[in-house]
Write a protein that binds this ligand. Sequence first.
Ligand SMILES: [Zn+2]
Length: 572
Amino acid sequence: MSYLVLARKWRPQTFGDVVGQEHVTRVLQNAIRTGRLSHAYLFSGPRGVGKTSVARILAKAINCEKGITPEPCNECSNCQAITSGRFPDVVEIDGASNRGIENVRNLQESITYRPIKGRSRIFIIDEVHMLTTEAFNALLKTLEEPPPHVHFVFATTEIHKVLPTVLSRCQRFEFRRIATNVIADHLRRICKAENFNVPDNVIEALASEADGSLRDAETLLEQVVAFQGEDIADEELLNLLGIVDQTTLLEAAEAILSSDHPRCVEIAQKVYERGIDGSRFCARLLEIFHELLLLKLSRNKLPPDQKRTIASRLGSLIEEIDVDQLQIYYELLLRATEQARRSSEPRFVVEATLLKIASVPRLIAIPQIVRALKDGKSVTVTQSIDAISERGTPHLTIQKPKGREEIPHSEPKLPPIDPLDPAKSWKHFVGWIDTQDPILGTALNESTIEVLNEKRWKLTVLSVYTSLLQQEEKQKKLLDFIRQFFGIQDLSLDIDENGKKKKSNGPASEAQDATYNNVKAELKQTVMNDPVVKDVLEILGARVVDIRPVKKVLKNSVIADGSESPAETEEK
Ligand SMILES: [Zn+2]
């Protein structure tokens, strides 16, 4: 039995039969109804999703003997001739083998003839991106003024290779990769009609393996059916075809999520023995983690159809896992898929990947740590992926000191405050301001104070902060703080620039510095107001030293073959 039989037999013959491309068929049918058919269509999309099938149905709809119709009758001689590929006015050209200028010239000549049997002549050019530039340019002339009795339908899997000038003269339709559940339903329909007895788990494996292509799915089904009548177990059947089955994928995900290393090795071995392509396996596992990520983000709302299997089997395992953690698994798998594709030993990539991912220590969100510490529990804090790949899996345990609450609360010792010699306690004053008004505190960084007389002090600050401190509102605030701290009333301040200027390239750069420092000060204020940060400071007795953007966790991580990936500088 030829593998093409099923695909040909189940080729859609009406717009209604077309699977998964309703957004295209509806618009085309409306164009037919309203008499607004275009003279040039461009169908783009992956292979096996119905581009040429829709082109033929369109040809029938235009040439049906019962009149131009949104759904061809498939009974008249024109419809039947088009279905069997014998209609003189529908010309199918393979762009890959007719790509030269000569072919297009022949086409141009043929276009001038009136239709022989039908209403219009339809030229279907498949893989149109294969045409040479010369051929494209010749085609362009035809597209500029197409004869009224001609319609073009171009199909391509690589739209980016089609000249923009051609694109702009066509009405474009993007055909979609067909959803796995839609493909599975279609296969079930075929099985029912053809009396094939194929178990559902095999159908789902075939649908996933087809990767959005209905034609590939039909071809795979054909191969499975060829084994019918022979006593072969489902798993063995999938083995024979080298297809990844859902069960193995779920087992792998389960082993990863529960950090079960021996199981990971077993699964990698099984994948190898069954002749499953390593990169395909990683890609399918990636899909599972993509689903898990979505599941987690949608707060465990139950997803439709077969994804329920994933949810019901793995849902409880991801409950305790942070979204960031799943994100790390996902990124590791993404890289592994790429590596397996390039590797001459994809088997080891699979094994190393499973083990590596299963070894990723659990990340714990800061609020969770704070909560645990508040409850008096100890928390294991793990390091970043960088550290893991370089030095195994170190664990750092932070324990809340026992009976911390009982320790009498004591203020840090302050030197006696002398309002006549504020310089002595100035550092403490600035430290205190930092807790009251971080912007002001930052501005007083590296400042010094000097007493000019009883009612007048000289404040020297970094040049970038002078303008900030000269603002009336800030000065008022500062004087108020001085009154509270030193007990001095009616003081006036001379504000002076610190001689220690930063390397400056003139006023513009200084202004930039000032903006930078203002932004930083505002950032500090925001961070200090964060309840989690407040808790951390209080519980751990910590203080904020610096605030920096978070580097991406996966930076420089080493995977499988030990090669280092280029550093990513993306910041969160
Ligand atoms: Zn007809």
